[in-house]
Design a protein around this ligand. Sequence first.
Ligand code: ADP
Ligand code: MG
Length: 397
Amino acid sequence: MGLQERLATIEQAFRRTFGDGQGLTIGRAPGRVNLIGEHTDYNDGFIFPMAIDFDIVMAARKRSDQMVKIHAVDLGRTVEFSLMTPLTPDAEEGWSNYPKGVLWAMQQEGARLPGLEMAFSGTIPLGSGLSSSAALEVATAIVVQKLTGFQSALPALARLCQRAENDFVGMRCGIMDQFISLMGERGHALFLDCRSLSYEQIPLQLGTYKILICQSGVKHSLVDSEYNSRREQCETGVRILAERYPAVRALRDVTVEMLNNCENRLSLVVYKRCLHVITENERVLKSIQALKAGDLVAFGELINQSHDSLRDFYEVSCEEVDLLVELAREVPGVLGARITGGGFGGCTVNLIRADAVRDFIGYVLSKYKEETGIEARVYLSTAAGGAELIQNGVNNN
Ligand code: ADP
Ligand code: MG
């Protein structure tokens, strides 16, 4: 469905839910795929995501009272709540906590919000690691910002959305998803230093190659608990490393040599977690160099190394995704394949020659189905633009 059609659909849904579709402010925010730099964001490290051609579109307007009504078109659900009492997470309608959390975070920053009517719909598969949650937060943020005059500079707005997810939804994610959804630039992937939030838009010149995302169709329930335990293991590593190297505040400050000097004080598990993060940061830096030099083979090799490290040292892969990666690497024309996102299922990202996509679909998907019984899905995406307001189908920011 093209953007025009989707706008028509969302306006129609808005009218059905709220009586008429007058005076709407509409915005869209994309999902993302991280090309390399996994589990580095919460370690003050480097990441390299790109926004994708899949997004959330949200339409909203003010109300004259203090009620907020939010309609999830894709779920056919609506919530409403009053701004007269403090906002609290909704245990039943979990989806509503992402937009509600953004309103909450704005209030925390002193915004006095008016009542609102909002409706949204998306093309990002839910819960597959392509960050539909951040897209929903960011779409909410830019639309509500436009409607209410609440002002926040761009990187600060990403932080605000992250706080909504951390402190209202209760998911301890890093800054990546919200940042790239907001700041993505068409044709570029974004190199972000998660400590300083300084960034560089890197042209993604892939020539005859493409980024192919493959959704494993698996989501093991350990994701959240394992994610939190990885964060704790990294913190433990930092604490111990800082005893010997007081300047160390995050794994970002550690080299492999420093880690090895402390090896005997670290448990094997903590050592392996730290080793992944430290080498992954190096791989991001090398990837940027490789891309600037037009060396896609080197970039692909780094992508492969990233997966192996996530599988062996960070231990966040799973059998199904390992299989997808192995099969992908057997396809001539695939330069690199790795797991992307939090882990334990979700998606792989593949650097693949355009004319090999057909073989990928024919070989990887059918072998995978044969061995696991699961249908994987393939998404091709260019490097998309970040969140923007839309007026009558015309992007206006
Ligand atoms: P991911 O961000 O990788 O897609 P999450 O578990 O972080 O996975 O976020 C997915 C959740 O975000 C969904 O379970 C739902 O609550 C909410 N969400 C995302 N997109 C939509 C949508 N189009 N409609 C309703 N809820 C959505
Ligand atoms: Mg998410």
